[in-house]
Design a protein around this ligand. Structure first.
Ligand code: MD3
Ligand code: FE
Length: 203
C-alpha cells in the first residue's frame, strides 16, 4: 500500500517487513561497534532520542554544532559500514516512490523509548537536497508530525508502524517534521523501543 502524504512524499506501509530478518542482526552489529548515545545540541540540551550511524558519514551534534563526520567521535574509528541489506532496502523504497539511483552515504539510527520525542526540525545538514531521504520504522509505533517550510506552518500527524517506510524528496525534502512523545508499548521483536533508520546522501 502506497500512501501519498504530499507531492513528493510517500508512506510505503510494511515495505521493510521482508527485510526485517536481515536488518535486526545487522543493527545488532552496528550498535556493538558504535553504541547508541544521547547527543547534546549546540544549545546544550541532551537529546531524548539516542543515536548511532552507519555508512561513510555519520551525523553528530555537540556544543559546537551539527555536522557529518567520517569517524565516530566517541571511538575515533570510522562509522560501521552500511550493511548491504540496508542499501538494498533504501534503494528499493526510493525507486518505488519514483527516485531512481538513490545512493545514500549515511544512515542515522535513532532509538526511541516510551516518552522520547523529536522536536520539529528540518534536515539541512546534507550537501545535496535533490536526493530524497528514506526513513524505516521498526518496533513500537510512533506519531510522526510533518509541517511545511516554516516552523509555524500547521502540522499533520501520521502514525508509523513496524515495517513502514517513508520517502521524502523533491519539494517536500525540507519540510519541518518531528516525532511526538512515544507511548508506552512492547514489540514482539524489539521490546520497549522504536528504531528508525534514515538514509541520506549527506556528502
Ligand atoms: C520529512 N527522524 O532523524 S523519520 C531525523 O522517526 C528524523 O526518527 C524521525 O527526523 C524519526 O532527522 C523522522 C521521517 C523523516 C525523515 C526525514 C525527513 C521525515 C522527513 C526530511 C524531510 C521531511
Ligand atoms: Fe529529521
Amino acid at each position: 500500500r502506497q500512501q501519498q502524504l504530499a507531492q513528493d512524499a510517500f508512506v510505503l506501509r510494511g515495505f521493510a517487513i521482508p527485510y526485517v530478518p536481515e536488518l535486526l542482526p545487522a543493527l545488532a552489529a552496528i550498535q556493538q561497534a558504535a553504541p547508541f548515545r544521547h547527543l547534546v545540541t549546540p544549545g546544550g540540551l541532551r537529546m531524548s532520542v539516542a543515536l548511532t550511524n552507519c555508512g561513510r558519514l555519520g551525523w553528530t551534534s555537540d556544543r559546537h554544532g551539527y555536522r557529518y563526520t567520517a569517524t565516530d567521535p566517541d571511538s575515533g574509528r570510522p562509522w560501521p559500514a552500511m550493511p548491504a541489506v540496508f542499501l538494498r532496502l533504501a534503494q528499493a523504497a526510493a525507486a518505488q516512490a519514483g527516485f531512481d539511483a538513490f545512493m545514500p552515504d549515511a544512515c542515522l539510527v535513532n532509538r526511541y523509548e516510551p516518552g522520547t520525542k523529536l522536536s520539529l526540525h528540518q534536515d539541512k545538514d546534507e550537501q545535496d537536497y535533490n536526493a530524497p531521504i528514506v526513513s524505516v520504522s521498526l518496533g513500537i509505533p510512533a506519531l510522526f508530525q510533518f509541517g511545511g517550510h516554516a516552523r509555524s506552518d500547521k502540522t499533520e500527524r501520521v502514525p508509523l508502524f513496524h515495517g513502514d517506510v517513508v520517502v521524502w524528496g523533491g519539494v517536500d525534502r525540507l519540510r519541518y517534521h518531528g516525532v511526538l512523545p512515544l507511548k508506552e508499548g512492547q514489540h514482539p521483536l524489539l521490546g520497549r523501543q522504536r528504531i528508525n533508520f534514515t538514509f541520506r546522501k549527506a556528502g
